[in-house]
Design a protein around this ligand. Sequence first.
Ligand code: CUA
Length: 331
Amino acid sequence: MTSRAAAACVALAAAGCGGTQSMPNPAGPQARSIAGLTWWFFGVCAVVYVAVMAALFWAVARRGRPPDTRPDVDRRLGRVVAGAVGLTVLTLVGWTLASVSAGRSLEPPSAKAAVTVDVIGHQWWWDFQYNNEDRPIENVDSPNELHLPVGVPVTIRAKSADVIHSFWVPNLRGKRDLIPPNVTYLWIQADRPGVYRGQCAEFCGHQHAHMAFPVVVESMDDFQGWLHAQRQAARPPATDTEKRGQDVFMSGPCVLCHTIRGTSAGSGNGPDLTHVSSRRTLAAGTLPNTPDHLADWIADPQAIKPGSLMPPNVMGGEDLQALVAYLGALK
Ligand code: CUA
């Protein structure tokens, strides 16, 4: 039983260290520097712990013995204490230097950023808007899914639309608070393609825990392809069902809060849905993006994410299916 529990602990630790929302599994230069600092702290703490425990056991093992009466015992004890204080000071200075060095790696790189992403925290979702300062603004809006090209620095211009949130992708960099009304500049770089998980890291209300986002790191070609696809207006409905779904959308409350570029829906209260079906999750990382989940989310968001701004939508089953078909086709 004990060996099984130990194996489970090792498996859990290994999964934690290798995961896609995991600080010890760095996928970029900043995260590597933070992970290195963490292991350095962990190693020194482990040595100090073992030394203190050894001293404790040594003292316990000596209990009951007559006191040491040698004439120079005070001087010798004084030397031991002074040595321990000196070692402690050296350790703290070493930690400070290592910490400053790790902090410097978070400063902006000399290389020019490939792209600038405006990150806007809302209760309780993320908006990612893409800009290229060399050319006309592309205005790519990708709520709740951050795409990054691999191997190049990306500038993040972050702010909050309401309360304090915190932008955190553990595999890529440490967290950074978004304190309204300030704009926070930071940079991020991923050296390994993959899908990582970001998460709001500052308690921001009822659904703080459901404020996550996938981070898709891809080759520059794939990233440019994605940008190109996102820039397109929404695909018009292709079937009668999709047409009916679009009518349901345009004549119901959906249109009051969401944008679908290429249609008359242009409100910015909620996430842009122009390419909603291209995204991996719904409701800011809360549900996998499948037709069933989309139907559940539209019908009763409050059952899934109580307190979110999206109201319940009472409609007939066929209308709901048509709406899901329409949105599901918005790749
Ligand atoms: Cu946003 Cu916690």
